[in-house]
Design a protein around this ligand. Structure first.
Ligand code: BEZ
Ligand code: FE
Length: 647
């Protein structure tokens, strides 16, 4: 049984586009009247926008924020707080501005409104990392947590692609480590998985089109979610390494996160298998085939986005490595896999040289690479729909194989089954249609293709027994031609969806005999029977005689029959009459009318029954409507078909 403790924190969060315009309102909501704007030296245009938004609430600005929050910068900013008499802080920008704001807040108790323009996520945490003399220290306190976060997607549209990628991977790192944190809880897990999903989808879109507002919104939302994870549960090895490398070697924060994340994940993978599987699923998205190996998938994503991959490229020297190992292992901290000096040395060596980390799950990595090769083989298909359908089919097939750990013998059996299905298919026996029908795929495609007009009569599967060009018959004819069975007087009308009659509609009808066989199944049957083509009269009406349909088995002497046997399923169809109705300007309706109360109505072997198609075939006594002489009782079928507009 699971146990967890979740400490939620209410941080007011305003998310949208153009929300910077609400800055004054948000500062006033905190009861404040003098805001000090904090940012980095290059953000002059943003400062102007913030000044405008704050109006008379602007107390001043301090634009000297720097990476890693050096204490001497904080001390200069404190003077600005005193000089301006500020009663609240407004931070604009990424981790540097937010870090400075937190450093000031913890020293002054002033409330903060932060406007993040990157995906670092520190706005959502009560954690402050500061550097003094090259050493980074971290502390946590409630007053460090900003009171209000204001996300304005439009401010992120110009974030360079490279920064978007590194900052996005920084956010992803919070989510990844949240999933194997020592105190997991379901809320944080879900936030983390959504953050990973959003980032994996948004970052490639941003790289392709930096101005893609939807992708920017996805990434910014992910940043918020990931930051919330960071502010809720403890982080592990990856964050420790990045703090060490950033604080003690001056490496750029987000770039370092980007380089280290796949390697820290590979290190932890053997001790966090479940988390890695969930991360892998989130990275690849639903229905995308076998989940990849999470660490290599993150590395490959960064590579595809042309993000930084080696500490060497970030300016770290090989001589720095032993000291980094020493710092990273100096104090114990929670991590799924025990942190050893040798282990960290190997990890950092990999991250320094920048090669792909060894897969945590080599099988998953191999399957994922294979799938990628197959799907990209369709990239040059000239027809986009062909490309889409084949790519997705292959993804599902590979996912099916992987999810079920399919064996060679099982797959051989499937191939054999399909081979027999093919051998049995021809002009008079279509075993593939039967297979599609009994797996419910025909009904699924039928729903997708034909059920878009709610007011029209529902369709139902065509089945294998329709024959093109049925014999023409006149109103009142008996299509059973004297065969045994309960006589049925059919009285139907064809209208449009408003109920207006459709004259001269072509109505094809076919059904099985009283023994449950169609004419085409009977070797001794000479010519068509129980099938006909009619035309409706001026009022859309049609009457004819036939037989009350009975349940019948679909052909079960082939591979489909074996499939039904193997799954303890019966081969029976609920009793029905088939109709195919066409008229100019109308969508052709292919459907069946089922006998209410008939056997297998709730258990049709091809999943063809729909409520609106189940109708009474009531028994009648006495004279027939057209004066035809009938021995004993007869039945009546009355129905109105409504055709949808269309070709
Ligand atoms: C039919 O109703 O004729 C039918 C439909 C699907 C499979 C077999 C038969
Ligand atoms: Fe049928």
């Amino acid at each position: 049984m699971r146990e967890f403790v979740h400490s939620g924190h209410l941080v007011r969060t305003v998310f949208g586009t153009g929300t910077l315009g609400r800055l004054r309102e948000e500062a006033e909501a905190l009861g404040r009247t003098r805001a000090l704007i904090l940012t980095t030296p290059t953000r002059t245009a943003l400062v102007e926008q913030a000044r405008e938004a704050l109006g008379a609430l602007t107390a001043g600005e301090f634009t000297g924020a720097r990476m890693h929050t050096p204490v001497d910068v904080t001390e200069r900013a404190l003077e600005a707080v005193r000089e301006t008499g500020a009663d609240c802080l407004v931070a604009l920008g990424g981790g540097s501005a937010v870090g400075l704001s937190k450093a000031l807040a913890v020293r002054t108790g002033l409330p903060q409104v932060v406007v993040p323009t990157t995906y670092a996520g520190s706005e959502a945490t009560p954690v402050l990392g500061e550097t003094r003399d090259g050493v980074k220290t971290t502390r946590s306190a409630p007053e460090i947590r900003p009171r209000t976060i204001l996300y304005d997607v439009s401010l992120t549209l110009n974030l360079p692609v490279r920064t978007s990628v590194t900052s996005g991977v920084n956010a992803m790192a919070h989510a990844v480590e949240a999933l194997y944190a020592p105190q997991p809880d379901p809320i944080t897990d879900e936030l983390a998985l959504r953050a990973i999903r959003l980032l994996a989808s948004a970052l490639p879109r941003i790289a392709a089109d930096p101005g893609d507002g939807e992708a920017r919104a996805d990434a910014l939302e992910a940043a918020w979610l990931a930051g919330t994870c960071l502010g809720t549960v403890g982080m592990g090895l990856h964050h420790k390494l990045c703090h060490t490398l950033g604080g003690s070697f001056g490496l750029p924060h987000a770039d370092t996160h980007t380089v280290v994340l796949p390697h820290a994940m590979a290190y932890n993978a053997p001790a966090a298998e479940d988390a890695m599987r969930r991360i892998a699923r989130a990275l690849s998205g639903p229905g995308s085939g076998p989940a990849p190996d999470a660490p290599t998938a993150v590395y490959d994503l960064i590579t595809a986005l042309d993000g930084p991959r080696s500490l060497r490229d970030l300016g770290m020297t090989a001589e720095d490595l032993p000291r980094a190992v020493e710092l990273a292992t100096a104090t114990p901290y929670p991590n799924p896999r025990p942190v050893t000096a040798d282990g960290i040395a190997a990890l950092l060596q990999d991250a320094w040289s920048g090669h792909r980390p060894p897969p945590g799950d080599p099988l998953a990595a191999q399957l994922h690479t294979l799938l990628g090769e197959v799907t990209s083989s369709f990239d040059r298909a000239p027809d986009p729909r062909t490309r889409q359908l084949l790519t997705d089919l292959v993804r599902h097939l590979h996912g099916f194989a992987a999810d079920n750990d399919l064996t060679q013998a099982e797959w051989n059996l499937a191939i054999e089954f399909l081979t027999r299905t093919g051998h049995l298919s021809g002009p008079t026996r279509q075993e593939f249609i039967l297979l599609s029908d009994t797996l419910g795929v025909s009904s699924a495609v039928d729903v997708l293709t034909n059920s878009r007009t709610a007011e029209a009569t529902p369709s139902a599967v065509l089945g294998p027994f329709y024959v093109e060009g049925p014999p023409p018959r006149a109103h009142g004819d008996d299509i059973a031609a004297g065969l045994d069975g309960a006589p049925l007087y059919v009285d139907v009308r064809v209208t449009d969806i408003e109920g207006a009659p459709i004259a001269d509609a072509v109505v094809d009808v076919w059904q099985a005999n009283a023994d449950g066989f169609y004419d085409v199944q009977l070797p001794d049957q000479d010519g068509p029977v129980l099938r006909a083509r009619f035309h409706t009269d001026a009022d859309g009406g049609l009457v004819f005689w036939s037989l009350v349909p009975v349940p019948y088995p679909i052909p079960a002497d082939g591979p489909v029959g074996r499939l039904l046997d193997a799954t303890a399923r019966h081969p029976f169809r609920a009793p029905h009459v088939h109709f195919m109705i066409g008229a100019p300007g109308r969508k052709t309706l292919i459907t069946q009318l089922f006998v209410a109360g008939g056997q297998y109505i709730d258990d049709d072997t091809v999943f063809g029954v729909k409520d609106a198609l189940v109708v009474d075939y009531p028994e009648q006594k006495g004279p027939t409507p057209d004066g035809r002489a009938v021995d004993g009782p007869w039945h009546r079928l009355t129905y109105t078909f409504r055709l949808a507009p269309g070709a």
